[in-house]
Design a binder for this molecule. Structure first.
Ligand SMILES: Cc1cc2nc3c(=O)[nH]c(=O)nc-3n(C[C@H](O)[C@H](O)[C@H](O)COP(=O)(O)OP(=O)(O)OC[C@H]3O[C@@H](n4cnc5c(N)ncnc54)[C@H](O)[C@@H]3O)c2cc1C
Length: 403
């Protein structure tokens, strides 16, 4: 039997951020993941300014990641075909980047190991039981792991959430997204980040995110219950999307798919899901923390991981009620207003006219173009404007990460 202060289930960005933070606060941490690292994760691989600042804070060195690509320009196309370029600030650090998850997550796990976390990859959580003063986990190939707290960082289907009876049985996520890697893409696709608001995907969108070596991560996401009603229809739509003239023109004539596409759901309802279950705290996708407007969740996974770790450190091993209270209130403070803002804006993006107006408005002048890009890439919180408690001097002019 293994014992620790905290057992983290899942070693994606949420679990790694929680484990690193706890270890640096002097806690004894075990992290289990059913996969062996390096492992792939179906994702667009896009990193917002918010995610980048947290990665920097955790000590991640971009030089350790082979597929790291900094992004300076975002190109957006409205449903009517109006295309606009949104520049991110130059010479003040990084505001957007792309890094393959197989590399990023593995580098984060290495950081966790060097912070003193006992990483047990290749071992799945099979079951869990909340006792009054501890949580007891059953881990494949290890046996019993007991800890004062467990952090559920085990993704969309969170087996920990199911094991402690905190899951919603029919839940399938708010979004569903496809992703495929391409090589030999045209120079602009290997350099810039493209977002296409296709009329039949709204409020979803298609993307091409650049990677080093003439590669790109290409994909599309739809909202469940939207225009493309079923995941089966997404499969049919994928080759058709790739044939659309403006998408082909960006990818270029030599672009080659590297492997079959992958698809995965995206959970985005942090305002209505339970964040804790006695001695279990849920973070990242297991807390449905992604942005309901864009489906981005790496920054939110890192943030909730850090917040859960700080709450546990501050409350100590015996006061689990305090740990839960701190974590729930910090998540509300950091993410509720942003979630509401995204839910409000997504109503406009549902309609062709709304999406067209949004791209036109955002590209009206060089000032709106610059500021829209910063807002979109979470240089500051999405709902900052509605929460005076978060206002501070220089909030719209902050430097990027890794300056
Ligand atoms: C197609 C697509 C594109 C996306 N694009 C972007 C993007 O460009 N930018 C962005 O910010 N977000 C994007 N997202 C969202 C992002 O991928 C997630 O929000 C993010 O991965 C959440 O991180 P996490 O650590 O919570 O969970 P995950 O990264 O899913 O990690 C969960 C971990 O738990 C482990 N696990 C699962 N079951 C068990 C078990 N029984 N026992 C032990 N371990 C277990 C898994 O192996 C995995 O390592 C995208 C999502 C999809 C589907």
């Amino acid at each position: 039997m293994l014992s620790s202060d905290v057992a983290v289930v899942g070693g994606g960005p949420a679990g790694a951020a929680a484990a690193i933070t706890l270890a640096r606060h002097g806690r004894d941490v075990v992290l289990v993941d059913k996969a062996r690292f390096p492992r792939d994760k179906c994702c667009g691989d896009g990193l917002t300014a918010g995610a980048l600042r947290l990665l920097e804070h955790l000590g991640l060195d971009p030089a350790a990641i082979e597929s790291w690509q900094t992004v300076s320009d975002v190109v957006m196309r409205s449903p009517s075909g109006h295309q606009a370029v949104f520049p991110l600030p130059r010479g003040q650090g990084v505001y957007a980047a792309v890094a393959r998850r197989i590399d990023l997550d593995s580098a984060l796990i290495d950081l966790a190991r060097s912070a003193g976390v006992k990483v047990l990859d290749g071992h799945a959580l099979l079951g869990a039981r909340n006792d009054p003063d501890r949580i007891v986990l059953d881990v494949d190939g290890i046996g019993t792991v007991q800890a004062r707290y467990a952090i559920g960082a085990d993704g969309m289907w969170s087996p920990l959430r199911k094991a402690v009876d905190a899951a919603d049985p029919g839940y399938l996520g708010e979004w569903h997204a496809f992703r495929q890697y391409f090589s030999d893409v045209a120079p602009s696709a290997a350099r810039d980040l493209f977002v296409w608001f296709e009329p039949d995907l709204l409020p979803g969108y298609a993307w091409s995110f650049p990677l080093p070596g003439g590669r790109a991560n290409v994909g599309f996401g739809i909202q469940r219950g939207g225009k493309v009603a079923r995941v089966q229809e997404m499969k049919k739509l994928w080759p058709q999307l790739l044939e659309r003239e403006h998408i082909r023109a960006v990818l270029g004539p030599d672009a080659q798919p590297e492997a079959p596409h992958k698809a995965w759901p995206i959970p985005a309802r942090i305002d209505s899901v339970s964040l804790t279950a006695r001695r279990a705290l849920f973070v990242g996708d297991a807390a449905c923390a992604t942005d309901p407007m864009t489906g981005e969740g790496i920054g939110q996974a890192l943030l909730t991981g850090v917040l859960a770790a700080r709450a546990i450190s501050l409350a100590g091993v015996s006061d689990d009620a305090r740990a839960r209270g701190l974590y729930e209130s910090w998540v509300a403070q950091h993410l509720d207003a942003d979630h509401k803002m995204s839910m409000f804006l997504i109503r406009a993006l549902q309609h062709r006219k709304g999406a067209r107006a949004a791209v036109r408005l955002a590209s009206a002048s060089s000032w709106t173009r610059r500021n829209f890009a910063r807002w979109l890439f979470e240089d500051y919180p999405r709902g900052l404007i509605t929460t005076p408690s978060r206002w501070h001097a220089g909030m719209f002019t902050g430097v990027g990460a890794y300056r």
